[in-house]
Design a protein around this ligand. Structure first.
Ligand SMILES: Cc1cc2nc3c(=O)[nH]c(=O)nc-3n(C[C@H](O)[C@H](O)[C@H](O)COP(=O)(O)OP(=O)(O)OC[C@H]3O[C@@H](n4cnc5c(N)ncnc54)[C@H](O)[C@@H]3O)c2cc1C
Length: 398
C-alpha cells in the first residue's frame, strides 16, 4: 500500500528521478518515488558523465562510486574520416574531475539506486501515474499498481517521466521542437578499433555522424545517424557504418554486438518548467541529439538544483516562488545544451563538398586557437554552465 499523502511525488525513477529522491532524502523531505517499470533499465543509453555533472553530484554522495566504476578519458577528437579537425583535452580543466567518465547508464542508475537504499529510501516499481490534478492547496494523482487504483495527495509533483511525460501533459506545458529526420543507431560492440581506447571520436561524414567511445569493460559504444535504420542493427550494419564513416585505412573489425537498437530522437524544450505545483526535469523538460552526450548530464544537474529548491520550500525556508529560480537557472542551461548538440549535429552531417571543405578549414583554424579549444572543452564538460547549477543564497531569494 502506498502512502496517501506526501510532500513531493516524483513520477519516474530514471536517473533524474532517482537523483532528486537522493537530494530530498538528504534534506529530510517526505516524498514518494514511483516508476511504471517493474525493473530498472538494463540498456546502456547515456555512456558519458561530464566533469560538471560529477562536481554537482558530489552533493549527493555518488560521484566517488561512479568514478571508481567508470573509465576516465582525457581526449575527445572531431575527425573527418582520417583528417583530425579538432583535438580537445579535458585533463587540465578547472574541476575535481578533469576527464570524460565513460559509464553505461544502467551502471549509473544502479549506483543511484544503491544510494537511495542506503539512505533508507524505496523506489515503488510497477506504479503508473495517471493524470495529475492541482488545486491551490495541493495535487491529486491517480496511481495504478497491479490493476488497483489509489489516489495520492502531494504538495508538489515532479515529472521525471521522460520524453512522453504524463506530468507535462497534465500541466498543459507544450514541448516545442521536432523530431530529427534520421533515426539514430546505438550499439555496444566488441571490435578491433585502430584509434585504441583512449579517446572519444566524433566523425563527420556526409552520410551522417558517428561517435565511437570506449567503455569500461573493453567494448565500444557506437552512436550514429542512419536513414531507415533496422530495428535491431546487425553486426554487418555497424561494420558498414564504420567502414564508410570511420578511418579509411582499415583495421576495423566488429566482432560482436553486445546490444544494439534504433532510436528516433527529438530536439525539444518545454515551454516552461513549472505550472503551479507541477514541475518538470530531465527528458520530460528537454530532448536533444546525443552528439556531445549531454542529455542525462543536464537532467542530473536539474535534479540537484530542483532538490535544493523543493527542500527550501517544503521546509518553509523560502516561499513557493523560489521554485521559479529552478526554471530561471535550468531552462537557459538546457537551451545552451540544445544549441551545442544541434550545432555539432548540423556540422557533422553537413552535405556538399565545398561546404564540407570550408567547415574543415574553419575547424582546423579554430583548433589552432587555444581559447577556441578551451571554450569547446568547457561547453562539452558542462563547466561553462556551472553558474546555472547553483541556487542563489537564501537571503537573495524573493
Ligand atoms: C540513444 C540514446 C543515447 C543517449 N546517449 C546519451 C549520452 O551519451 N549522454 C547523455 O547524457 N545522455 C544520453 N542519452 C539521454 C539519456 O538516456 C536520457 O537523457 C536520460 O535517460 C533521461 O533520464 P530521465 O530520468 O529524465 O528519463 P528516463 O530515463 O526516460 O526515465 C523516465 C522514467 O519514467 C518512467 N515513467 C514514464 N511515465 C511514467 C508514468 N506515467 N508513471 C510512472 N513512471 C513513468 C519510465 O518508466 C522511466 O523509468 C541518450 C539517449 C538515447 C535514447
Amino acid at each position: 500500500m502506498l502512502p496517501a499523502t506526501t510532500d513531493v511525488l516524483i513520477v519516474g525513477a530514471g536517473p533524474t528521478g532517482m537523483a532528486l529522491s537522493i537530494a530530498l532524502h538528504q534534506a529530510g523531505v517526505k516524498h514518494l518515488l514511483v516508476d511504471k517499470n517493474e525493473t530498472s533499465h538494463t540498456t546502456s543509453r547515456a555512456a558519458v558523465i561530464h566533469a560538471q555533472t560529477l562536481d554537482t553530484l558530489r552533493q549527493l554522495g555518488v560521484s566517488d562510486a561512479m568514478t571508481a566504476k567508470g573509465l576516465k578519458l582525457a581526449k575527445f577528437s572531431i575527425r573527418d574520416r582520417d583528417k583530425p579537425l579538432v583535438a580537445l583535452r579535458f585533463d587540465e580543466l578547472p574541476t575535481r574531475h578533469p576527464y570524460l567518465l565513460m559509464l553505461p547508464q544502467h551502471e549509473t542508475e544502479r549506483i543511484l539506486a544503491e544510494r537511495i537504499a542506503r539512505l533508507g529510501g524505496k523506489i515503488h516499481r510497477g506504479v503508473t501515474a495517471g493524470e495529475v490534478i492541482q488545486t491551490e492547496h495541493g495535487t491529486v494523482t491517480m496511481l495504478t499498481q497491479a490493476g488497483r487504483e489509489q489516489s495520492v495527495f502531494a504538495r508538489y509533483v515532479v515529472g521525471a517521466d521522460g520524453m512522453h511525460s504524463t506530468v507535462r501533459e497534465s500541466a498543459g506545458i507544450s514541448f516545442d521542437g521536432a523530431a530529427f529526420e534520421s533515426s539514430f543507431v546505438l550499439a555496444d560492440v566488441e571490435m578491433d578499433w585502430p584509434l585504441g581506447n583512449e579517446e572519444v571520436s566524433l566523425f563527420f561524414s556526409p552520410s551522417g555522424l558517428v561517435v565511437v567511445a570506449p567503455l569500461p569493460d573493453g567494448t565500444f559504444r557506437v552512436v550514429a545517424t542512419m536513414d531507415d535504420a533496422p530495428e535491431q542493427p546487425a553486426l554487418a550494419d555497424i561494420q558498414k557504418l564504420l567502414n564508410e564513416r570511420g578511418p579509411s585505412a582499415g583495421g576495423i573489425v566488429v566482432k560482436r554486438a553486445v546490444w544494439s537498437s534504433r532510436f528516433r530522437l527529438h530536439h525539444r524544450l518545454a515551454r516552461t518548467y513549472r505550472n503551479g505545483r507541477l514541475l518538470l526535469m530531465g527528458d520530460a523538460a528537454h530532448a536533444h541529439s546525443p552528439a556531445g552526450g549531454q542529455g542525462m548530464n543536464t537532467g542530473l544537474v536539474d535534479a540537484v538544483v530542483l532538490g535544493e529548491a523543493l527542500a527550501r520550500v517544503a521546509k518553509g525556508l523560502a516561499p513557493a516562488s523560489a521554485l521559479d529560480e529552478y526554471q530561471a537557472l535550468r531552462r537557459p542551461a538546457a537551451k545552451k545544451v540544445l544549441g551545442l548538440a544541434g550545432r555539432l549535429t548540423a556540422l557533422a552531417t553537413m552535405r556538399g563538398l565545398y561546404r564540407r571543405r570550408l567547415r574543415n578549414v574553419l575547424l582546423r583554424g579554430a583548433n589552432l586557437l587555444p581559447a577556441a579549444r578551451h571554450n569547446l572543452e568547457m561547453s562539452l564538460s558542462g563547466l561553462s554552465r556551472a553558474e546555472l547549477a547553483k541556487m542563489p543564497a537564501l537571503t537573495s531569494l524573493p
